[in-house]
Design a protein around this ligand. Structure first.
Ligand code: LLP
Length: 463
C-alpha cells in the first residue's frame, strides 16, 4: 500500500463555493483535542497514533475501513459521568449509541448501568455479565417476547411508553408471577434545538405519553392500579445532540410538577426521575459541549429547587448518556482512493467505506471533521468532500472540510467522533462488509467486533 504523496493536480479553488465550512484551519496537521479521542497524537514522523499505536500499523493489521476506539478514553468519560452524578444518582449508558460485550464489561467495571432498547441489546448486555437489575429496558413498541425476556431476566426497570404497554407489561409480569419495577416515559412538550429526526419531547412524535391534557397523570393512575407493576418513577428524554441546558431544565421542572400532582392525588411520592440522554459532543472545532460535572450540577440544582418548592423529597435522579460517552472515543480510518477535482467547486475524495459505516451525514446532514493521519503535509489546503464507494450521490461522509492538496491515493485519513451511532447504524448496503471495531489501549490493539466477511453475508442468504 503506497503512502507516498503524489500531487494530484491543481485543486484549490480561489473562490470557495457555499458550504458548512468556515475558513481553512491555520494548521491542517493539528488535531483538535475537542474532537479527537484523548490518547490521539502525532509521532515525530507525523503519523497519528492512538493508545500508543501508529495508524499505519493499525491499518496494516486490521485493514480499512475500521473503527478504532480508545479504551482508556471511554473508561475515563464513563467514570467522569459516574463521579459527576455521585452516589445519589445513576448513570445508564445508552447502548444504542454503540454496544458490544467488551463495552458492557467496561461499563460494569466503571460502575455504570445500561439502557437497552431491544431484545438484541438486552441479550448482549446479559451475555457480557451486566447484572439485570442494572439494566433499563426502553422502546416504543416492545414485543411480547422482548417484554417477557426483560421481566424473566429481572431487569431493574422497564420504561413504559404507551397506555397499551402499561397493560401489556402488567399482564406479562403477572402471568410470570412477578411485580415489575417500571417508569412512565412522558413527553414534556419542549422543542429541543437539534435535528427534527432526533428531537423527542415535542408532542407530534411517537415516543412517550404527553404531560399536557392530563394524559401522563392518567397513565400514572392506571399503572398504580395494576398488580403486576411497581411504579417507581417518571422518565423524560428530550432529544439528542443538544448543547443548550434550557430544555433539560424545563423538562426537569415539568417532571417534578407531575410528581407533586401524583403525591397530591395518590399520596405516593415516586422515588425516581430519569432525565434521559442527549448531551451533544464536538464533531467539529465549532462545537462546545458541556462537561458531565456541569450537567450534573445544573440538573441536581433544578430538581432540588423544584422539589423543595413542592415540598417533595428529592427523588433519585438518573441520566442516560450514550453519545457523550462513546462518541468522542473512536475514529474511523479510511484509505484514500479516487481523487476527483471539480474545477471551481471542490475535490471529491473517495474512501473505501461510506454511508454503510456512517449514515449520519446523509440522514441528519451531520457535520464531521477529517484529517490526513498517515503523514503530515505542508501543502496548501484544498476544499474537499469525503465520499464513500456506494452507488448513490448522497453517499457523503464529510460534506465540507479541508485536506492538504498533495493528498494521494493510498493516504490514510481519519474521521473523528464516530464512536456513537456509526457502527450501531451501519448497514450492508451494496453488500458492504461492516467494518470491525478495534479497541486500543496502552500499546495493544484488540478486535472487539470483527469485520464482516462475505461468508457472513452468504450465510443469511438461504434461498
Ligand atoms: N435515552 C433514550 C430514551 C434515548 O432514546 C436515547 C437516544 C438516549 C437515551 C441516548 O441519547 P444520546 O445521549 O446518545 O444522545 N441516531 C441518532 C441519535 C438517536 C438517539 C436516539 N435515542 C444520531 O445518530 O444522532
Amino acid at each position: 500500500m503506497s503512502r507516498s504523496a503524489h500531487p494530484a493536480g491543481p485543486r484549490h479553488a480561489d473562490v470557495l463555493p457555499e458550504g458548512h465550512y468556515s475558513a481553512p484551519p491555520a494548521d491542517l496537521n493539528a488535531l483538535d483535542p475537542k474532537v479527537w479521542a484523548h490518547t490521539v497524537s502525532r509521532t515525530d514522523d507525523g503519523v497519528v497514533r492512538v493508545g500508543g499505536i501508529e495508524v499505519t500499523r493499525l491499518a496494516e493489521e486490521f485493514g480499512t475501513p475500521a473503527y478504532f476506539i480508545d479504551e482508556a478514553d471511554f473508561r475515563e468519560r464513563a467514570r467522569a459521568w459516574r463521579t459527576a452524578f455521585g452516589h445519589d444518582a445513576d448513570v445508564f449508558y445508552a447502548g444504542k449509541a454503540f454496544l458490544s460485550r467488551a463495552v458492557v464489561r467496561w461499563l460494569h467495571e466503571e460502575g455504570l448501568n445500561l439502557d437497552v432498547c431491544s431484545g438484541g441489546e438486552l441479550a448482549t448486555a446479559l451475555s457480557a455479565g451486566m447484572p439485570a437489575d442494572r439494566i433499563a429496558f426502553h422502546g416504543n413498541n416492545k414485543s411480547a417476547v422482548e417484554i417477557t425476556a426483560a421481566i424473566e431476566s429481572g431487569v431493574g426497570r422497564i420504561v413504559l411508553d404507551s397506555f397499551q404497554e402499561i397493560v401489556r407489561v402488567a399482564h406479562i409480569a403477572q402471568s410470570l408471577g412477578k411485580r415489575q419495577r417500571v417508569q412512565i416515559r412522558v413527553t414534556v412538550g419542549v422543542e429541543a434545538h437539534t435535528h427534527e429526526f432526533i428531537a423527542t419531547a415535542h408532542e407530534d412524535q411517537k415516543f412517550g405519553i404527553a404531560l399536557a391534557d392530563g394524559e401522563a397523570a392518567e397513565a400514572v393512575r392506571r399503572a398504580l392500579s395494576l398488580d403486576g407493576l411497581e411504579l417507581v418513577g417518571i422518565h423524560s428524554h428530550i432529544g439528542s445532540q443538544i448543547f443548550d441546558m434550557a430544555g433539560f431544565e424545563v423538562a426537569a421542572r415539568r417532571v417534578v410538577s407531575l410528581l407533586a400532582a401524583v403525591r397530591d392525588e395518590h399520596g405516593v411520592e415516586l422515588p425516581e426521575i430519569d432525565l434521559g440522554g442527549g448531551l451533544g459532543i464536538a464533531y467539529t472545532s465549532d462545537d462546545d459541549p458541556r462537561e458531565p460535572h456541569e450537567i450534573a450540577k445544573a440538573l441536581g440544582e433544578i430538581v432540588t429547587r423544584e422539589c423543595e418548592a413542592a415540598k417533595l423529597r428529592t427523588p433519585r435522579i438518573s441520566v442516560e448518556p450514550g453519545r457523550a460517552i462513546v462518541g468522542p472515543t473512536a475514529f474511523t480510518l479510511y484509505e484514500v482512493g479516487t481523487i476527483k477535482p471539480l474545477d471551481g467547486l471542490r475535490t471529491y475524495v473517495s474512501v473505501d467505506g461510506g454511508m454503510s459505516d456512517n449514515i449520519r451525514t446523509a440522514l441528519y446532514d451531520a457535520e464531521y471533521s477529517v484529517a490526513l493521519v498517515s503523514r503530515t503535509s505542508d501543502a496548501e489546503p484544498m476544499l474537499v468532500r469525503v465520499v464513500g464507494k456506494h452507488c448513490e450521490s448522497g453517499d457523503i461522509v464529510v460534506k465540507d472540510a479541508f485536506l492538504p492538496s498533495d493528498l494521494a491515493p493510498g493516504d490514510l485519513i481519519a474521521v473523528p467522533a464516530t464512536g456513537a451511532y456509526c457502527r450501531s447504524m451501519a448497514s450492508n448496503y451494496n453488500h458492504a462488509l461492516r467494518p470491525p471495531v478495534v479497541a486500543v489501549r496502552d500499546g495493544e490493539a484488540r478486535v472487539i467486533v470483527r469485520r464482516e466477511t462475505e461468508e457472513d453475508l452468504l450465510r443469511l442468504d438461504v434461498g
